[in-house]
Ligand binder design. Structure first.
Ligand code: MG
Length: 164
């Protein structure tokens, strides 16, 4: 039985990708010049992956691994913003809209501050919301753990959906 009683749904997402030489670094659809990039089947945009899982989680629709399997050649090297567009189509088809999203990217390096506004703008456009409904924050882990050793980047997302 589908519960249509609550006008809001909340979802969370989390993802990690490994930093390697010879890959482009793309976060929230923005290319960030850096010596290393994230490894993955798609463009490995870890922040957009966390966001998509949060959107899917809010509606209990599974996860991106289920929706876009990494065994499928058509997703090889794909721009994750295109996958986000697909997820948003699903969200809209179910009768939901994004209220707001809040993303935290954990990266020891590079510094992301100067890219944050561009990231928020790109996401707001794809999500169909105003800029002030999209928060992107960056943090280090104070040189602790795999993020601190610059072996990978992690991202966490929270999303609120509202009924039309
Ligand atoms: Mg991922």
């Amino acid at each position: 039985m589908e519960d249509l009683g609550c006008p809001f749904r909340v979802g969370t997402g989390f993802d990690v990708h490994k930093l390697v030489l010879g890959r482009k670094l793309v976060l929230c659809g923005v290319h960030i010049p850096y010596a290393k990039g994230l490894e993955g089947h798609s463009d490995a945009d870890v922040a957009v992956h966390a966001l998509m899982d949060a959107l899917l989680g809010a509606l209990a629709l599974g996860d991106i691994g289920h929706l876009f399997p990494d065994t499928d050649a058509k997703y090889k090297g794909i721009d994750s913003m295109l996958l986000l567009t697909d997820v948003m189509q699903l969200v809209r088809a179910k009768g939901w809209k994004v209220g707001n999203v809040d993303i935290t990217i954990a990266a020891q390096a590079p510094k992301l501050a100067s890219y944050i506004l561009d990231m928020r703008s790109k996401l707001a456009q794809t999500l169909g919301v105003a800029l002030d409904c999209v928060s992107v924050k960056a943090t280090t882990t104070e040189h602790l753990g795999f993020v601190g050793r610059e072996e990978g980047i992690a991202a966490q997302a929270v999303v609120l959906l509202r009924n039309n």
